[in-house]
Design a binder for this molecule. Structure first.
Ligand SMILES: [Zn+2]
Length: 235
């Protein structure tokens, strides 16, 4: 394997807090959403994939993680131009509604935002180009997990991170339960209970490594609101 490992600590411009600086450094426009660590990760991955493609190199992320302080990614490099073309197909844009938190992603290097938020009719704001594909490879995450040692005293923490990554759903943006509940004027529930309600309504849901109250799901904001409403419980 040919790996390149990149750490970025300029998370404010990556996440959309300083838009002009992010645009300058990464040739992408971020938006300061409630999933900002993931925004930062996908801006960085998008920039790395585009830079590699310019040299006919395909860069594929095999492991990535982010906090509010840094973004770290490991990319597998291939010298096949066709792989570089494939990698570009995972680039695209996220259109985010700051009024109701609806968001949708569309692949492609030309942004085609919806005329208005399909959920509430407000204006959407567009971030990108971003990497929309999976930001890790589950087989690679498993291999790393098998080789962990406690040499640096971080085995348990690393194992927790890798286990969470392995279970993460492959969606381009995550939600934060507390942020949603504030938006809906509702008190937050225990995370397991919240995710169980979502799954009980037939949606896929997973925790994420981005924070203790964050989750990924295939449900829309409206579907999450209905599915997780404690008032709708029988009895
Ligand atoms: Zn909306």
């Amino acid at each position: 394997r040919h790996l390149v490992c990149v750490t970025a600590t300029d998370t404010a411009p990556l996440c959309g807090a300083h838009e002009a600086s992010g645009t300058r450094s990464y040739s992408a426009v971020p938006q300061n959403t409630e999933y900002h660590p993931e925004m930062g990760l996908r801006v960085l991955l998008g920039a790395l994939v585009r830079t590699a493609a310019r040299y006919d190199v395909a860069a594929t992320p095999v492991l990535s993680h982010a906090t509010s302080h840094y973004v770290r990614t490991y990319l597998d490099l291939s010298r096949r131009a066709s792989d570089a073309n494939d990698a570009l197909e995972s680039l695209g844009y996220v259109h985010h509604c700051f009024s109701c938190l609806h968001r949708e992603s569309r692949a492609g290097l030309i942004a085609r935002p919806p005329a208005e938020c399909p959920a509430c009719g407000a204006n959407v704001r567009t971030a990108g180009p971003l990497w929309l594909g999976q930001s890790h490879d589950n087989a690679f995450v498993g291999e790393v997990c098998d080789r962990l040692t406690n040499e640096l005293g971080t085995e348990e923490r690393s194992r927790d991170l890798l286990t969470t990554l392995d279970a993460e759903l492959d969606t381009p943006t995550h939600y934060d339960q507390h942020h949603l509940c504030r938006q809906w004027g509702r008190s937050a529930s225990a995370m397991d209970e919240f995710l169980d309600r979502l799954r009980g309504a037939g949606f896929a849901a997973s925790r994420t490594h981005f924070g203790g109250t964050t989750f990924e799901t295939d449900a829309s904001v409206g579907e999450i609101e209905t599915a997780t409403d404690p008032a709708s419980d029988p009895g």
